[in-house]
Ligand binder design. Structure first.
Ligand SMILES: *Cc1c(COP(=O)(O)O)cnc(C)c1O
Length: 378
């Protein structure tokens, strides 16, 4: 298999996976790999979890799609559960992280215009990542992603993470602040609690919407259903995607009291949005994760202590972790050859997003491969 007919937009590793089981993957030759990548934080309940497979199969056999012209039960149930978990009011379902953020941007723009015409600027953070569509790239605070694709959607400004004065100095054309509480693609960089709270206070004072991008941090990844709950802040809109459906494409945003009535009939839509199979998968994910969630911080601390013992300096929250490494791309390729799938983060780190259901023996096996491989290259 070479994949020669696929547009060459990815620097793909030289492996072709055929199946998975828990936190283990198997390639065409039947070789086993430990999965510390989860398909970029997506396979939150591991591969082929029996309850997930059964929920997806049953829904596929019953009803796969009818569009949002009609109500279906899995999406209605999921929306109510997400609102309860987030303490928010109403959900819009999209199919990816970028689309979730696009919808959140539209909601914030309409809210701002309702206050005063021209109040439409969204302030995001430098080094952030919000997606690959033209508008979410405009929101993304990393120049490297912008090359070749100008012009972008106007109405975005960026301020440095942690600099509350830069935010306070913004003129009164702002409608929302957009935050990743732990910058994922930017290198697993945590926002400081005090800073996040100061941002929330400023937003409340000026009636700016506090929009939190939880596409990577959400659905248990950081050790709570949403990372904002660990920071003790109350966002107006929260987006989610990656981990929600355990491997099927689903994303969306959840609105609080201020914004639940902002988008009205005809304002936003998605043909595939609230797909019943994806929503049934997500309901299964929430069931599976409920008893697992209390272990996520413990597993994270366990991995961090072992990484420290290897002489690495780990960072991150819950099971969203990274460690500084030289030539992370090369190191990740060598780790894959030795049977461990990892991600990279920014230019200088390896990133670990194992399934939240990973077992301690799988963690140990993965870390053994990491230790041996790093020892070999030092
Ligand atoms: C991955 C990611 C996105 C983009 O999600 P896609 O599903 O790839 O569109 C947006 N925001 C954050 C924080 C992400 O980590």
């Amino acid at each position: 298999m070479t994949g020669g007919y696929i547009l060459p937009t990815y620097a793909r590793y030289d492996v072709c996976f055929t199946r998975g089981e828990g936190a283990r993957l198997y390639d065409e030759g039947g070789r086993e790999y430990i999965d510390f990548a989860s398909g970029i934080g997506v396979n939150s309940v591991g591969h082929a979890h029996a309850a997930w497979v059964s929920a997806v199969s049953a829904q596929a056999a019953a009803l796969a799609h009818v569009s949002n012209l009609y109500l279906t039960r899995p999406g209605a149930v999921l929306a109510e559960r997400l609102c309860a978990l987030a303490g928010l009011e109403a959900v819009f379902f999209a199919n990816s992280g970028a689309e979730a953020n696009e919808g959140m941007v539209k909601c914030a723009r309409k809210y701002g215009a309702g206050k005063r015409e021209g109040r439409n600027v969204i302030v995001a953070l430098e080094n952030s990542f919000h997606g690959r569509t033209v508008t979410t790239l405009a929101a993304t605070g990393q120049e490297a992603f912008h090359r070749h694709f100008h012009p972008f959607t106007p109405g975005f400004r960026h301020v440095p993470l942690g600099d509350i004065n830069a935010l306070a100095a913004q003129p009164d054309d702002v409608c929302a602040v957009l935050l990743e509480l732990v910058q994922g693609e930017g290198g697993v960089i945590e926002a400081d609690r005090g800073y996040a709270r100061a941002v929330a206070r400023l937003c409340a004072e000026r009636d700016w919407l506090l929009c939190v991008d939880e596409v990577q941090t959400g659905i248990g990844r950081c050790g709570a259903w949403f990372a904002f709950q660990l920071y003790g802040i109350a966002p107006d809109i929260v987006s989610f995607a990656k981990g929600i459906a355990g491997g099927l494409p689903l994303g969306g945003f959840i609105c609080g009291k201020k914004t639940a009535a902002t988008l009205e009939k005809g304002d936003h839509a998605s043909t595939f949005g609230m797909n019943p199979v994806c929503c049934a998968a997500a309901n299964a994910v929430l069931d599976i994760l409920a008893p697992v969630l209390p272990d996520v911080p413990r597993k994270g601390e366990y991995i961090k202590s072992k990484l420290s013992a290897m002489g690495l300096s780990p960072r991150g929250l819950g099971l969203m972790l990274a460690a500084k490494a030289e030539n992370p791309k090369e190191t990740a390729a060598r780790l894959l050859e030795r049977g461990l799938a990892v991600l990279t983060a920014g230019k200088d780190a390896l990133r670990f997003l194992p399934p939240l259901t990973i077992e301690y023996n799988e963690i140990d096996k993965g870390l053994d491969i990491l230790r041996e491989t790093l020892a070999e290259t030092r």
